[in-house]
Ligand binder design. Sequence first.
Ligand SMILES: *Cc1c(COP(=O)(O)O)cnc(C)c1O
Length: 420
Amino acid sequence: MRLETNTIQAGWDPKNGEPRVAPIVQSTTYAYDTAQNVADLFDLKAAGHMYSRISNPTCEVLEQKIALLEGGVAALATSAGQMASTIAIANLCSSGDHFIAAGSLYGGTVALFSNTFKKMGIEVSYVDAEAPLHVLKQAIRPNTKAIFAETIANPALDVLDFEKFAALAKEAGVPFVVDNTFATPFLCRPFEHGANIVTHSATKYLDGHAVAVGGLIVDKGDFDWTNGKFPQMTEPDPSYHGVVYTKNFGNLGYIVKARVQWIRDLGAYLSPMNAFLINLGMETLHVRMQRHCENAQALAEFLQNHPKVAWVNYPGLPSHKHHERLKCYCTGASGVLTFGVKGGQQEGEKVMNALKLARILVHVADLRTCVLHPASMTHRQLDEAALKAAGVSPDLIRVSVGLEHIEDIKADFEHALSQL
Ligand SMILES: *Cc1c(COP(=O)(O)O)cnc(C)c1O
């Protein structure tokens, strides 16, 4: 089936007389006939749901759908996108390990990598993603265990050079992890360009309606864990009666380990209600993404031609530094653009305050147009150097272009800019 069909139908195939729509299984637990049935679940000898901290049928629908859409073998739903990033890396790196990340990342990811992981003994090196491969290779250490980057960076809107980063990961002998939140599988399929693991903040376009926080991790299932760098995958896990993830679960091992170790221990699974809402949103992902791209393109062109606008950053504009790269890896530039007005941050604030349809809020990638000033909001905790690395200038206004009529969106910005 094609992507459009799978966004609607995948993950739930009702049997005779079952509900057409995947139901919300709002149950913490599951009943079994024998004690042996449950013992087998605990030993991971049998598949089945045991407790909704670890797996749940509604969440499973979402997991199967995203795995299919991304072209992976298995997926794991998490309580938030932050937890998807946390577990994706923690499943690879132990205390004393190191990983490499592209410099332009979502602010929350930078905070997680720079501060929280540091306290856990996991060290990150940020690299300039535009540096040539031979320079990037200098960041590789013997204890490097992962490479991490975003397809379309939030909010820098840099487009990832997949080929180069895949080569870097190959050189290091470690998985290439890609946060595909802004592109979604409808605009980019990272596994087709060398990624091994994909993460999502499902809170954004997958939900698309700003109603549920959630995250997803998908594994392509093609990484060779037996290269000596990942004993946690190839040696017995004492917390599970000596299970060896690669041996017992083959190419599902990475996701099984993430679930039965990290999700079990941290309790950071997605709730069934949120899985239902995110799945409901995903059913129209393909229709929405097309319109998000169209509206963002039109607004970017409008702003670019506006006399009071200093600059516009949108990868869909032919003048964008990564426009050709975008065409190579993505089928669209997604719905987020950034711009600055003449006169800088102070004038920009006036424009934000004068907008009516586009509200000021800490969100992105849903169907209502909204604006945010990263330097004073999402990226507030970053110092000047980190802001620069993240591609956030003081005057930068991020616009998440929604699905309202484009003429109404443009009129809102025209009116706000006329207040200057
Ligand atoms: C929002 C976001 C996250 C974090 O996701 P939450 O669901 O808010 O925890 C991670 N990566 C990117 C690119 C994001 O935009």
